[in-house]
Design a protein around this ligand. Structure first.
Ligand code: DGT
Ligand code: CA
Ligand code: CA
Ligand code: ZN
Length: 573
């Protein structure tokens, strides 16, 4: 509840400022700041010592304490609603723009009557900000850039593109002498497709040293608040990050709580209440008595659950499954033996077949399948039948060479054949029949009506040579919607024809979505997890495809390339 109140008080301070209220805005801003970094939840403080205890919070006086009480009791603050009615300015929306703070919001409203992001964008584009004292042309440019960025990302970040920064920060925090343990939590630990912010937990006997180190990291662009055990910053990549030091005995409870997701947590807390416990981020309590909290395992166990991987914690039935010992044995991050979608410099990839093979082997794989584009995708230099067959001969030669060198690594012959508008394919059947693995995908006519699109892909699946449908929905996260297609119908056709559906590991693709993965599993349809590599650097993305598979409850048996290439080939049509 602290962060909700922090936001409300901040907004109130800006709104009061706009009305020309004296002194009070500063008090609300201070309270907002203080609640933002407060360790204990206000509800706890209130239930412990009532309004008097609230007043002991730094920056909280009698007036603000009353409003906290009002919010705890009614989830509502009258003054706040009143202010919002008087000045209908979207403070949250404006503040989210990089470089726009309370002062700017006030100026924008007073001078230009700007109330929301759309109005601000229009004004900035029309060059109206540059002449206002205190703003200027630089601010105008910055505002436009900030708005553009928010449009692209909706304030969310693609997991795979963000993870390297996250890991880097966490690894350096671990090395700080005073730090005993560091873990990231939240949507990042759950390996969600997109993530809002970075939540870090740590154990340390000298939290202040950890906070000092954290705010001094070069990735930090702005410090919102720095407390003794909690610090809240904006990173240079635009993402917010918070770091909290928690007592060792509470670490598991905190990790569990801040990993979420929220709906999983609510269910778990209800289970605790049903059994006569109280569960929060400090631990599991029986009355006043602390009964568990050091590890996640002990918290779950006390409540009758098996520990479960964070990817499962979405309130999709994982708690019920865990209570009855029916959790899936998820495919593991080290389980992939091959990658079935790899492009090379024969088309739009950056590296040669051999370079890709070497990089894949370094990544721990035993095989790859080369799947360059076909001629219809002219801009990639797509291959025609003749070139595909020549590439196959080249692969034979490289395989022979690898064998002579006593290398176990195997390169399979394949293609990413274009599915044409009517569902026919861009290569001849006799060519396809000579390849080890045929992937087919849609790269054009994204706007067909759903029925037509579905039929088109279904027709490709009916082709006895087509083994896999690559990136079956064609979405690109934050860039392009999926084409309209009935995935349930495709799953049924995949089942009937023995076609595999791909989980594309490329961080902004990740189709199939988790809900479709579950449906495919229920239908008995097999899937592959492929990187869609266009460079040797892309094999590392396989991790995000596995994460996606895990969030869809996939086991090793469901993923064909979690098996040796000989076994994998047997699983194809
Ligand atoms: P994000 O950052 O939007 O990608 O998603 P999360 O899941 O990381 O959410 P965040 O950062 O707001 O909060 C981190 C975790 O804290 C969340 O996964 C579960 C827990 N949490 C946050 N708010 C609530 C709440 O109102 N109730 C409960 N039970 N847990 C919450
Ligand atoms: Ca988060
Ligand atoms: Ca957060
Ligand atoms: Zn390509």
């Amino acid at each position: 509840m602290n962060s909700e109140l922090s936001k409300i008080f901040f907004e109130m301070s800006v709104l009061m400022n706009m009305k020309g209220v004296q002194f009070k805005p500063r008090a609300f801003e201070k309270a907002a700041h203080s609640l933002g970094v407060l360790e204990e939840d206000v509800r706890e403080i209130y239930s412990r010592g009532g309004i008097k205890a609230l007043e002991d919070i730094p920056g909280v006086g009698a007036g603000i304490a009353e409003r906290i009480e009002e919010y705890i009791k009614t989830r509502h603050i009258k003054d706040y609603s009143g202010l919002k009615k008087q000045i209908p300015v979207d403070v949250e929306g404006l503040k989210a723009i990089e470089g726009v703070g309370p002062k700017t919001i006030l100026l924008l409203y007073e001078k230009l009557g700007i109330k929301n992001r759309e109005q601000l964008e229009r004004a900035a584009r029309a060059g109206k900000l540059r002449d206002i004292e205190g703003l200027g042309e630089k601010t105008e440019q910055k505002v436009l850039k900030g708005i553009e960025f928010l449009k692209q990302t909706h304030g969310r970040f693609i997991l795979g593109f963000t993870m390297p920064t996250v890991r880097d920060i966490v690894e350096r925090l671990i090395k700080v002498e005073e730090v005993e343990r560091v873990e990231f939590a939240g949507s990042i630990r759950r390996m969600q497709e997109t993530v809002g912010d970075l939540d870090i937990l740590a154990i340390s006997r000298h939290p202040e040293k950890v906070m000092d180190f954290f705010v001094s990291m070069p990735e930090v662009a702005h410090v919102y608040g720095k407390g003794e055990v909690k610090t809240f910053v904006r990173l240079k990549n635009g993402m917010d990050a918070d770091l909290q030091v928690v007592p060792p005995r509470s670490f598991g409870a905190a990790l569990q709580y801040f990993t979420g997701d929220k709906y999983h947590n609510i269910q778990l807390r209800e289970a605790a209440i049903r059994q006569g416990y109280k569960l929060n981020e400090y631990g599991l309590y029986e009355g006043e008595k602390f009964v568990a909290g050091k590890t996640e395992e002990e918290v779950y166990k006390k409540l009758g659950f098996e520990w479960m991987p964070p990817e499962l914690r979405t309130n999709y039935g994982e708690l019920e499954a865990s209570a009855s010992g029916k959790l899936p044995h998820l495919v593991g991050y080290g389980d992939l033996k091959g990658d079935l979608q790899v492009q090379t410099d024969w088309t739009d990839g950056e590296n040669s077949i051999e370079e890709m093979a070497k990089a894949a082997r370094k990544q721990g794989l035993e095989y790859i399948c080369i799947t360059d584009h076909t001629k219809r995708l002219a801009m990639t230099g797509g291959l025609d039948d003749g070139k595909v067959l020549r590439q196959a001969e080249e692969i034979d030669r490289i395989n022979a060479k690898l064998k002579a060198q006593n290398e176990k690594f195997r390169i399979l012959k394949g293609t990413e054949v274009d599915i044409l508008k009517d569902g026919s394919l861009d290569l001849k059947d006799e060519t396809l029949a000579k390849l080890d693995v045929v992937g087919a995908s849609v790269h054009s006519h994204f706007n067909l009506p759903e029925e037509e699109q579905t039929e088109r892909i279904a027709r490709a699946m009916e082709n006895p040579n087509v083994d896999i449908i690559f990136h079956p929905t064609g979405r690109i996260i934050q860039k392009r919607e999926a084409y309209k297609v009935n995935v349930e119908a495709l799953i049924a056709v995949a089942k009937r024809t023995g076609t595999v559906l791909e989980i594309n590991a490329y961080p902004d693709r990740l189709d199939l979505k988790d809900e479709y993965i579950r449906k495919a599993i229920d239908a008995g349809v097999k899937m592959s997890v492929d990187s869609d590599a266009h460079s040797t650097a892309h094999f590392q993305f396989l991790e995000y495809g596995i994460a996606q598979a895990r969030r869809g409850w996939a086991e090793k048996k469901d993923i064909i390339n979690a098996h040796s290439w000989q076994e994998m080939l047997k699983m194809l049509k």
